[in-house]
Design a protein around this ligand. Structure first.
Ligand code: ATP
Ligand code: MG
Length: 369
């Protein structure tokens, strides 16, 4: 049902409600089958116990009365034995019911503990990253998801004030590389250093405080714009307004009746695609990050808005290391270093002017842009 609700637009656009209904009915039917089995077994326990109990009582009376008749047992002994036996019957019945209930708990316990014992693969370091980030370096970094190699043998040096752009075909590994920087994954090979120290030694919290990341997919919380922008940080109204201004979002936020206190619906459905991107950019800028990662952060914006955001970012540039992923080359033309990706590897690197004359792939990208 979660999948259906989050994909509701596609389902309606394809008029595939009936198909989804059938899929849901099938899933529901299989759950129903298991429930029915459980109820059946529970319901059978009592009559089976009653039958077995009656047979046992019948046998006791038969054997006991024969013994009494043949003089091997007094009638007093038989009555007290039979009474003791009858008193045992109810507790035994209860134990059999308890067994059924305990089986449910055992299964629930197994599933819960499987989850609770799952170990995080990304382990926080112990050193606080308190000093400003002056340098960042990648040494022969690779990343593979399961079998598939997404990023291969990447080396790079960057210092405060540098802007680095990543371009290349879809699926070339650009997002994978920036995901490594925020430690969504750890490198499968090579290492990444910040201020000369392995970045895995720093605590995740202190690392994330210094990184502003605008992901390719926009995430919006069902709360106010102010909450969305200041997310995870101390709330400061003035900083929220400044971040929204830098992200060129204030112009539409101002027009809303409640301004920055307007509530955004789930997934930001009451905003346009470009407006959502600007909220997401404001969230990254609110932190005053020392590493700013923009993964297709302005792809849904018109050229004019993008240029205005670019101007705001140019002012901030000297104080941070900026990574920009873009398909539109106009976004990254002014970057200090442009990395051209192909199948997880950097095939060319340099400034816009240099790459145009030396890198055939980049020249081709520039023509088709
Ligand atoms: N979480 C994941 N699990 C497995 N494979 C993945 C995952 N994320 C990406 N990939 C694969 O890794 C490769 C690189 O993907 P990546 O997202 O880095 O590309 P990209 O250069 O950002 O592309 P785009 O321009 O379309 O965003 C792709 O082949 C993709 O299928
Ligand atoms: Mg990507």
């Amino acid at each position: 049902m979660t999948e259906i609700f989050s994909n509701i637009e596609i389902i309606k656009a394809h008029s595939s409600q009936t198909l989804e209904q059938q899929k849901f009915a099938k899933e529901n039917q299989s759950v129903f089958k298991y429930l029915l089995k459980q109820v059946k077994i529970n319901a059978l326990t009592t009559p089976i116990m009653e039958i077995l109990g009656s047979i046992a009582i019948g046998m006791v009376i038969y054997v006991g009365s024969t013994e009494v008749l043949e003089g091997r047992m007094t009638s007093g002994e038989f009555v007290s034995f039979a009474a003791a036996l009858f008193m045992l019957y109810t507790p035994i019945k209860r134990i059999s019911k308890l067994y059924n209930q305990s089986q449910d708990s055992v299964v629930a316990h197994e599933r819960m503990f499987e989850l609770l014992h799952t170990k995080a693969t990304i382990v926080s370091g112990n050193t606080e990253l308190s000093s400003p980030i002056d340098s960042l370096a990648l040494h022969n970094v690779s990343l593979s998801y399961d079998e598939q190699m997404a990023v291969h043998n990447i080396s790079l040096q960057a210092k405060k004030g540098d802007s680095i752009a990543l371009v290349g075909d879809s699926g070339a590994g650009k997002s994978s590389l920036v995901n490594l920087l925020v430690r969504f994954y750890d490198p499968s090979g090579g290492s990444i250093t910040i201020n000369g120290e392995n970045y895995q030694d720093y605590t995740l919290h202190s690392l994330h405080q210094k990184i502003g990341y605008v992901t390719q997919r926009v995430y919006i919380f069902n709360d106010s714009i102010a909450y969305n922008v200041s997310y995870g940080d101390i709330y400061d109204e003035q900083r929220v307004i400044e971040a929204l201004q830098k992200a060129h979002a204030m112009e539409f936020v101002e027009k809303l009746e409640l301004g920055i206190h307007s509530i955004l619906s789930e997934n930001g459905d009451n905003l346009s695609g470009g407006q959502r991107q600007r909220i997401s950019l404001a969230r990254a800028l609110y932190k005053n990050p020392e590493i700013l990662i923009l993964d297709e952060a302005t792809s849904a914006l018109d050229n004019k808005s993008e240029a205005l955001i670019q101007e705001a970012l140019d002012v901030l540039k000297p104080d941070m290391i900026t990574f920009t992923v873009a398909h539109r080359l106009s976004t990254i033309e002014n970057a200090d270093i442009i990395l051209v990706f192909e199948e997880g590897e950097i095939i060319c690197r340099g400034s816009h002017a240099v790459l145009l004359s030396t890198c055939a792939v980049y020249a081709k990208l520039s023509k088709t842009n």
